[in-house]
Design a binder for this molecule. Structure first.
Ligand code: AMP
Ligand code: GLY
Length: 415
């Protein structure tokens, strides 16, 4: 029987822990740091996901059989390299492969070199040169900070003033730290997330999902870390699927091998179906959040076996439930801007809820502890039914400081 440590403490990690808890091969699960929901299934240890030294020490001391790493921050710090150096099995990419997410410039140059379809772009370090470039760019134009910025480093500038402000923030005021920017062509179309298990040049697709980035119904309001998701995707045809796999995901895995940055773990393609074909918006080096929370509940094969297969260089078995999964995020009022924490949550103690940002306070109450707080999942034969079911479940949760979208998946079933 195996002991597994999951690094991270959001909805994604709750979904991973939940899937692991169904494996007959796993008898002990730890989470660092975990959250109040994860604590029902795993032992939570008080170590932050970025405290790499402490995580390595803990895994060694507890003789952990497998470490599964959720967040990009831990991966880009080189947590996998460190665990491997101690002969601890770990699922995720090494630091030099995690660059596909942690450096937009690395990802864009790789796509350019290997003809992987993406938006046209230029990279800038110098503010004045970037300004001259946007003066002759069509609007909207997309400005991306070249490093991890917790999903906040992308600005879609509608006019020169917005572009100027974004460039000033990123290049003169170092809002996210010292770094470069990528300025790229604005693309239009349906976005979707294609996560694949990757073992060097071998690619094993998971079922696709779609995130909902805007805060409010009908894609209104500011961009967020994701307000809901569903899986699978009716608008993806077989041709789309084959193109995304054969022209994007497999060539990217091969390109990484060729560049001496071989990838192991989950490669996440943030793709867009445009009028001119499918193109890459971004790559992530990890499971998507909240996509994972709708994809893993549909996995019917053993996730521990699949993780171990990738780590050991074997083919994983992946089988899926045909039902549609829809998940709705309950977020703190004010998110993605400022919000308050510590509001009591009632009626959230069911198996179909993943915790994203919760904790148990000193009085033993479950309270809000983040921007995104809970993720409610429902599975059904159709998307419409799953949406209805998810919204019914959401309406039973009592908390005065949460809001949510009611239209998750609706674009795919409303005519
Ligand atoms: P990213 O962090 O690269 O995923 O960007 C965040 C969001 O900005 C994406 O999910 C898209 O909605 C949007 N975005 C990024 N790049 C582009 C682009 N080239 N054209 C249109 N929208 C984009
Ligand atoms: N759902 C977007 C992400 O995981 O980056």
């Amino acid at each position: 029987m195996a002991k597994v440590l999951v690094v991270g403490g959001g909805g994604r990690e709750h979904a991973i822990v939940h899937a692991l808890s169904k494996s007959k091969k796993v008898n002990e699960i730890y989470a660092a740091p975990g959250n109040a929901g994860i604590a029902k299934l795993a032992m939570c240890v008080n170590i932050k996901d970025t405290e790499v030294d402490k995580i390595v020490e803990f895994a060694k001391a507890e003789a952990i059989d497998l470490v599964v790493v959720g967040p990009e921050a831990s991966l880009s710090l080189g947590i996998i390299d460190r665990l491997e150096a101690e002969n601890i099995k770990a699922f995720g990419p090494r630091k030099n492969a995690a660059l596909i997410e942690s450096s937009k410039n690395f990802a864009k140059d790789l796509m350019n070199k290997y003809n992987i379809p993406t938006a046209r772009y230029e990279t800038f370090e110098n503010y004045d040169e970037a300004i001259e470039f946007v003066k002759i760019s069509p609007f909207p134009t997309v400005i991306k900070y070249d490093g991890l910025a917790a999903g906040k480093g992308v600005v879609i500038a509608e006019n020169f003033e917005e572009a100027e402000k974004a460039l000033k923030d990123m290049l003169l005021d170092d809002k996210f730290g010292k770094g470069k920017v990528v300025i790229e062509e604005y693309l239009e179309g349906m976005e979707f997330s294609f996560m694949c298990f990757v073992d060097n040049d071998k690619v094993y697709p998971l079922e696709m999902a779609q995130d909902h980035k805007r805060a409010f119904d009908n894609d209104m309001g500011p961009n967020t870390g994701g307000m809901g998701a569903y899986s699978p995707l009716p608008f993806i045809t077989e041709d789309d699927y084959n193109y995304a796999l054969n022209e994007i995901m497999i060539p990217t895995a091969k390109a990484l091998v060729n560049e001496d940055s071989p990838f192991k773990g989950v490669l996440y393609g943030g793709l867009m179906k445009t009028k001119k074909g499918i193109k890459v918006i971004e790559f992530n080096c990890r499971f998507g959040d909240p996509e994972t929370e709708v994809v893993l509940p549909r996995l019917t094969s053993d996730i521990y076996d699949a993780f171990m297969a990738i780590v050991d260089g074997k083919e994983p078995l992946l089988t899926w439930d045909d039902n549609y999964a829809i998940g709705v995020v309950l977020a703190s009022k004010g998110y993605p801007g400022d919000y308050k924490k510590g509001f009591v949550i009632e009626n959230a103690d069911t198996d179909d809820i993943y915790h994203m940002g919760t904790k148990v306070d000193e009085n033993g109450n479950l309270v809000t502890n983040g921007g995104r707080v809970l993720f409610v999942v429902a599975l059904a034969k159709t998307l419409e039914e799953a949406n209805k079911l998810a919204n019914e479940r959401v309406s039973k949760i009592k908390c005065e400081n949460l809001f949510h979208r009611t239209d998750i998946g609706a674009k795919a079933f409303r005519k």
